[in-house]
Design a protein around this ligand. Structure first.
Ligand code: NAD
Length: 452
């Protein structure tokens, strides 16, 4: 196992040259990254096909295109984000001005998962570059073709003292975590997230943890049922349900359940009826885990599997309760369990008994129900009358809360995540208000006038 101290130290030395702090340097790096991705588009699509059988449409829209758009947005905004932000100064500080500087942390470690192996490694990298950091990326070992292309692409375009990729599995990740980084950005499971935080705690390294969990999707009696069915089918079954923010399970109002399920069946057939285009389950372990859920409740739709190709048909299970095995952990696959409810209070109660979700989706036309759910349930983020779409807006920072994660990114959120906010008070030397000094006459009385 390589000792990563040398690699990290090289980046630390490079960071100290201050080159990465320069606006033109950062813009150039982002532009270079964009061009390199465009030039390697075909290879990336092929790699994603080999690793996960992703269709060209999914590979482009949810991995490549999304990243190109994020880079474009960042390049456009970076100059203004980097400017020290002037803020107000209280009356007690008269004569001075106040600024917040965004300063890069230094060397960042980015550890990413397999489900969107390109996008989830590069999206944080954009933030790291924009904020002026150096970065070491440890992509997933479970999608080796994509990790290989990513590694080559970055090696070819950036010196390793600035950006480098370390390929490998758990041991590699652990060896990297033995080094002292200035920031750790982790995307992956809750279980491993805890280990990352523990490793970071040794050096008090700040972390972002983008984790997972069971994200509920509620379909209320007054929802636009047909549209809800289509948007849910899309969000759940893209990438074979292997999306951290996919609706994990449905809560459907009993009055509209049958009608909704009919529309859902149609939508699934329309969007994912062609088996050729199904994304595969990443490996046999996950395939077996998912197959073990197929006999939970009652099968409403799907359920066919192809063990050789690791494919599972989009599946909908009804008559599900919180006691079923499928409701114990994040599903992360193309199986959608359906719970029924009568009262929205029961939904809130059910969700409250479980860890805070990464995402929540609500389909209803009622403003009251919308406000009620948004203000009564804690979750990372989500959509009203849609699924998944919130994570592709650069204006909405994306992240979890509680066990679904710490911190957020995307758009300016990424720049802020990789920047330390350094507050500076610039004091005048033209006069010196004596108020704070202990030796002024009636000092306590005067100070009490201001600090009350
Ligand atoms: P994982 O936690 O198993 O692995 C993620 C990364 O951590 C990989 O690079 C892996 O090599 C490394 N790793 C694994 N075990 C480790 C250990 N003991 N010590 C140090 N590093 C270790 O996750 P995964 O299976 O690749 O991804 C699926 C999970 O990720 C799901 O729970 C999903 O919800 C979550 N996820 C979250 C987001 C998000 O943005 N919040 C996005 C995608 C996936």
């Amino acid at each position: 196992m390589e000792n990563y101290e040398l690699r990290v130290n090289k980046q630390k030395s490079f960071f100290r040259t201050n080159k990465t702090k320069n606006l033109a340097f950062r813009l150039n790096a982002l532009q270079k990254l964009r061009t390199a991705i465009k030039n390697n588009e075909t290879e990336l699509i092929e790699a994603l096909k080999l690793d996960l059988n992703k269709s060209e449409f999914e590979a482009y829209s949810s991995e490549i295109g999304m990243i190109l758009e994020e880079i474009r947005f960042t390049i456009k905004q970076l100059r203004s984000w980097m400017k020290p932000k002037k803020v107000k100064t209280p009356i007690t500080h008269i004569g001075s001005t106040s600024f917040i500087y965004s300063e890069p942390y230094g060397v960042a470690l980015i550890i990413s998962p397999w489900n969107y192996p390109f996008q989830l490694a590069v999206a944080p990298l954009i933030g790291a570059i924009a904020a002026g950091n150096c970065a070491i990326i440890k992509p997933s070992e479970l999608t080796p073709k994509t990790s290989e292309i990513l590694s080559k692409l970055l090696e070819k375009n950036f010196p390793e003292e600035y950006i480098s990729v370390v390929q490998g599995g758990v041991e590699t990740s652990q060896a990297l975590l033995n080094e002292k980084f200035d920031y750790i950005f982790f995307t992956g499971s809750v279980h491993v997230g805890k280990m990352i935080m523990k490793a970071a705690a040794k050096n008090l390294t700040p972390v972002t943890l983008e984790l997972g969990g069971k994200s509920p999707c509620i379909v209320h009696e007054d929802a636009n049922i047909k549209l809800a069915a289509k948007r849910i089918a899309w969000g759940k079954f893209m990438n074979a349900g292997q999306t951290c923010v996919a609706p994990d399970y449905l809560y459907v109002h009993h009055k509209i359940k049958n009608e909704f399920l009919t529309y859902l069946q149609e939508a699934i057939k329309d969007l994912y009826g062609e088996p050729r285009h199904l994304t595969r389950i990443v490996n046999e372990k996950h395939f077996k885990r998912l197959c073990s859920y197929l006999n939970n409740g009652e099968k409403f739709l799907g359920g066919k599997i192809n063990q050789e190709q690791l494919l599972i048909e989009p599946t909908v299970l009804t008559k599900i309760t919180w006691e079923d095995p499928i409701m114990q952990d994040e599903i992360f696959g193309p199986i959608l369990p359906v719970l029924e409810y009568d009262e929205i209070a029961d939904v809130i109660e059910g969700i409250h008994h479980h860890p805070k979700p990464l995402a929540l989706y609500l389909f209803t036309e009622s403003e009251n129900v919308q406000q009620h759910i948004v203000t009564n349930i804690s979750f990372g983020g989500g959509c009203i009358n849609d699924t998944v779409y919130h994570i592709v807006s650069p204006y909405l920072p994306f992240g979890g809360v509680g066990t679904s994660g710490i911190g957020a990114y995307h758009g300016k959120g990424s720049f802020d995540t990789f920047s330390h906010k350094k507050s500076i008070l610039k004091q005048t030397t033209l006069f010196d208000i004596p108020l704070r000094y202990p030796n002024i006459k009636n000092g306590l009385k005067k100070i009490k006038f201001f600090l009350k």
